[in-house]
Design a protein around this ligand. Structure first.
Ligand SMILES: [Zn+2]
Length: 301
């Protein structure tokens, strides 16, 4: 599909890096409007509309991007980068078509072009070398994940996904969202038996939104759930942040790990508020500081 590189996602990343190099970008935040202009996008408007993003060919031959005004600046940046991604797809410039994106950044497998535009958006907003370089200068922590999202002007979820993909830190970034399992969504509208109405209504739980930790030895499969009584969930709901040891559902069995987490609700494509928690799950049961303190307390001969 692309430049002779076998792995299509790597090829998309390569094309995105070429655009960054052409535009001379080497520090965050990436100037997206400059990249857009390199791709013939001469107008970027923020408007009230029911979709996250649109890419519109103009009669002049230029392109216009529209972004939803009610989305957060980080989400709007992701959508703009996604629309730039459409222009990077092979053959787009030969026959520019209007693109309408209800929602961006979901990395949905079923639609190849949309998936690769999300891959391109991530590569443009969080360029691999710049991102890994900054991560190596920072302690792995939820505060520094928030700082990275601000520095790269993108959403926390996009930052978490990039952390999971590149694994620059010895921890796994997991996004948990209140949702039903796909099988429960199908049965939600079934008619309940009299007297059993409550039992037949499936309850949403905090579930893994994207599988995380592949190849790290700490794998969290998509849709695994964590009970609401869990320390991380209870802590985040009471005080927004949680730091401490906690039991989490791994692929085969529960694991006990040191976790830092933050509650970050957001509005979905229907503008409905969704409850979401983003966590860093460390490879150990205690934080790096606790290990260091313990080492200091050890008796020395
Ligand atoms: Zn799209």
């Amino acid at each position: 599909m692309f430049t002779g590189i076998g792995d299509p996602s790597a090829a998309v990343e390569h094309v995105a890096n070429q655009l960054l190099a052409d535009a001379g970008v080497d520090v965050p935040p990436v100037p997206l409007e400059l990249l857009a202009s390199f791709q013939g996008i001469t107008v970027v408007k923020t408007v009230d509309m029911p979709r996250s993003g649109m890419l519109i060919p103009l009669p002049s031959g230029d392109l216009e991007v529209r972004l939803r005004i009610s989305d957060s600046p980080g989400r709007r940046n992701f959508s703009l980068a996604h629309e730039i991604g459409h222009t990077l797809m092979p053959n787009y410039s030969e026959g520019p078509k209007e693109k309408v994106d209800l929602y961006t950044g979901e990395f949905v497998d079923g639609n190849e072009e949309e998936f690769f535009c999300d891959v391109a958006a991530r590569a443009l907003l969080l360029p691999k070398e710049m991102f890994v370089g900054r991560c190596s200068e920072l302690e792995p922590s939820i505060d520094n994940m928030l700082a990275l999202a601000e520095e790269f002007a993108c959403s926390l979820e996009a930052t978490a996904l990039r952390l999971d993909q590149l694994q620059p830190w010895p921890c796994v970034a997991v996004v948990w969202e209140m949702q039903l399992k796909p099988a429960q969504v199908k049965t939600r509208h079934n008619v309940a038996l009299p007297g059993l109405e409550d039992m037949s209504v499936p309850q949403e739980e905090y579930r893994v939104k994207y599988h995380a930790g592949e190849d790290s030895g700490l794998f969290f499969p998509r849709f695994k759930h964590v009970d609401r009584s869990n320390d991380m969930i209870a802590g985040c709901l009471a005080e927004t942040f949680f730091r401490g040891k906690c039991v989490l559902p791994g692929a085969k069995k529960d694991v006990v790990r040191y976790v830092e987490a933050v509650a970050v609700p957001y509005r979905d494509e229907h503008l409905t508020q969704r409850n979401r928690i983003i966590s860093l799950v460390y490879q150990t049961e205690e934080s790096a500081c606790e290990s260091a303190e313990r080492a200091e307390r050890l008796p020395v001969d």
